[in-house]
Write a protein that binds this ligand. Sequence first.
Ligand SMILES: Nc1ncnc2c1ncn2[C@@H]1O[C@H](COP(=O)(O)OP(=O)(O)OP(=O)(O)O)[C@@H](O)[C@H]1O
Length: 395
Amino acid sequence: MHPPGADIVLVRHGEIGTKSEQVRRSMEERLARNLSALLADRGVDGSVERERTRLFVHSDEPSAAVGAATDTFGVVSASAAVRTEPTLDAICEGLAAIARERFDGGTFAVDARRAGQQSAHDFSSEDIESDGGAAVWAAIEAAGGDPAVDLDEPDLTFHVECRREVAYLFLDKQAGPGGLPVGTQEPVVVLLSGGIDSPVAAWKLLKRGCPVVPVYVDLGAYGGPDHRARALSTAETLASYVPNVDLSVRVADGGAVVERLADELDARRMLALRRFMLAVGARVAERTDAVGVATGEAIGQKSSQTSANLAVTDVAVDCPVFRPNLTADKADITQLAREIGTFEASTIPTGCNRVAPSLPETNADLHAVREREPDDLFERARAVADRAEVVALDR
Ligand SMILES: Nc1ncnc2c1ncn2[C@@H]1O[C@H](COP(=O)(O)OP(=O)(O)OP(=O)(O)O)[C@@H](O)[C@H]1O
């Protein structure tokens, strides 16, 4: 809920504040650009202003601007606010005006902080809280209401952030994703199957500032058009968070290799397939200046993902393999998929055939895996990656 007449959004970031002056400035600039891009993509009126430790969005659409801010990686929270003079009288008047319009019964509290130079004001945060609380109380009573204060768990909190030049009044702090602005880290290739886990892994990398390069390996007879459409659809959802990042999907044709592995290998088939996919991703990384390859895997979630098997797949490539979900439980990954909006597309039935054997290897030995997999597996991976089709997203 925002105060009546709110025309500015306070945007808070977190870890950026721990950086050196130079890094902080460049990250804040990136955050401002990313937020501007998201506002423009959503057709939300708003201009972003950067100040030390904060961004501000000037907007006549405060709810939509808060929505964009809280979808921007790097943002910890956002509040739609009204501004007043930084005097005790003006703040109390402003709080009373908000109370008249927004208090709807229950309990309230006033929470105040002064930012910047404390000596700029001749009153303390406690003064704002006590005088502001009295002003809110009087306004509610005058309107025929029944005010009650609860400082621990109020139904409505009147927040005041008093700065040297201006005081901001707001009613809530909407949580953002946190993390770092996208583009402040080097790109990473993500093997995006479109299942529940890999879009979440991609989102987590975006959240930590990495632009991602999605790669989908077409499984031929073991995949199909719906399987591919599912991957593209999850990429489109991811792209809606970062409209200024190119999330075109590299679609690599792995059909012939998958068929061969299914024909020739039994228990170790999935390991060879994972090693092939990693090699496809590594080749794309090489060609796109990405620093590594990420997957949606988590320790022990599937037979191909036991800690022993993950070790065997990693050594297929020279570049780092990132697994943002590594220690996450499936329930938590699924919950996040729901929250970020990829779950629905990820669970569309694709009717694809099962590649996995009925008795898969769970404790693979690297020598045994190497011995059985085709000699030209990695050569084929590179060739498939080089021929990958770059599919622009439908947005
Ligand atoms: N067809 C594919 N194209 C690209 N990457 C894939 C593909 N299949 C699997 N992967 C990668 O390998 C990881 C493990 O594969 P797994 O078989 O568990 O995937 P899934 O269950 O189909 O999808 P997800 O792991 O996304 O839920 C995936 O998280 C993904 O990173």
